[in-house]
Design a protein around this ligand. Structure first.
Ligand code: NAD
Length: 258
């Protein structure tokens, strides 16, 4: 039977790569995330061209529980439920704790943590009924270790690790697995754009930005690619991964081994 995958924050970066990899398996794809009408049409067409079943985009804002409920209800109305849920939408804000804006704290906790509570809560009943389900949460190396000035992000990513373990225990006998992926620095369009900017503001070369700033803590000194993360998500959603649950898989070039 055709599987249905809902991927939050899938109009860009890691989420889009995951949507594309699931599309190649013939799954129905529910895209979500921001973009202009043209960008969303382009992304939807691209994902559909890869052999997906049906593809739709839902514009739910992950800070808004009612819109998240509508996203999940749409997947149920169109496809009879969500078989594979990838909680990927995430944002960042960097500031020292005493100056960290309250509204940025609330926004990051809402998007990077609470949205996954809402999507998971909505997805579980149909998964239980089918006796099969896969939930993959895109956490971060920051779900395991901290960096200064990222209090909300690190707190949210540690939180998603706890949510992953708890839900995994609750649904362990229902054929549903719940896991996190903890990437290090991934080369997404967002990161790519920062390289020339940082080189200019710091007065150093782009190579120095990559090696001495961005990849300082990543021993392989190489970025992770979005395709590598997508390939791991695909594996965690497979039947072969049925006994991997309540845990995380790091893909961080050795970052958290230090
Ligand atoms: P990105 O900025 O390329 O993509 C983020 C996606 O989320 C976009 O589709 C955007 O439209 C969507 N989004 C943002 N706010 C939203 C909201 N309120 N409601 C709905 N959608 C929203 O980012 P990315 O680098 O691909 O990151 C994806 C995930 O991977 C995030 O959870 C991030 O924390 C995690 N991650 C990224 C890296 C990295 O180095 N890029 C490393 C570790 C973890």
């Amino acid at each position: 039977m055709t599987k249905t995958a809902v991927i939050t924050g899938s109009t860009s970066g890691i989420g889009l790569a995951i949507a594309k990899s699931f599309a190649k398996t013939g799954a129905n794809i529910v895209l979500n995330g921001f973009g202009t009408a043209d960008e969303i049409r382009m992304v939807t067409d691209e994902v559909a061209s890869l052999g997906a079943g049906a593809v739709l985009h839902h514009p739910a804002d992950m800070t808004k529980p009612a819109e998240i409920a509508d996203l999940m209800a749409t997947a149920t109305a169109r496809f009879g439920g969500t078989d594979i849920l990838v909680n990927n939408a995430g944002v960042q804000f960097v500031e020292k704790i005493e100056d960290f804006p309250v509204e940025q704290w609330d926004r990051i906790i809402a998007i990077n943590l609470s949205s996954s509570f809402h999507t998971i809560q909505a997805a579980i009943p149909a998964m239980k009924e089918k006796g099969w389900g896969r939930i993959v949460n895109i956490a971060s190396a920051h779900g395991l270790v901290a960096s200064p000035f990222k209090s909300a992000y690190v707190a949210a990513k540690h939180g998603i690790m706890g949510l992953t373990k708890t839900v995994a225990l609750e649904v362990a006998e229902n054929g549903i697995t719940v896991n996190s992926i903890c990437p290090g620095y991934v080369l997404t369009p967002l990161v790519e754009k920062q390289i020339p900017d940082q080189a200019r503001t710091r007065g150093i070369t782009e190579e120095q930005v990559i090696n001495e700033v961005m990849l300082k803590g990543q021993p392989t000194k190489k970025f992770i690619t979005v395709e590598q993360v997508a390939s791991l998500a695909l594996y965690l959603a497979s039947d072969d991964a049925a006994q991997i649950t309540g845990t995380h898989v790091s893909m961080d070039g050795g970052w958290t081994a230090q």
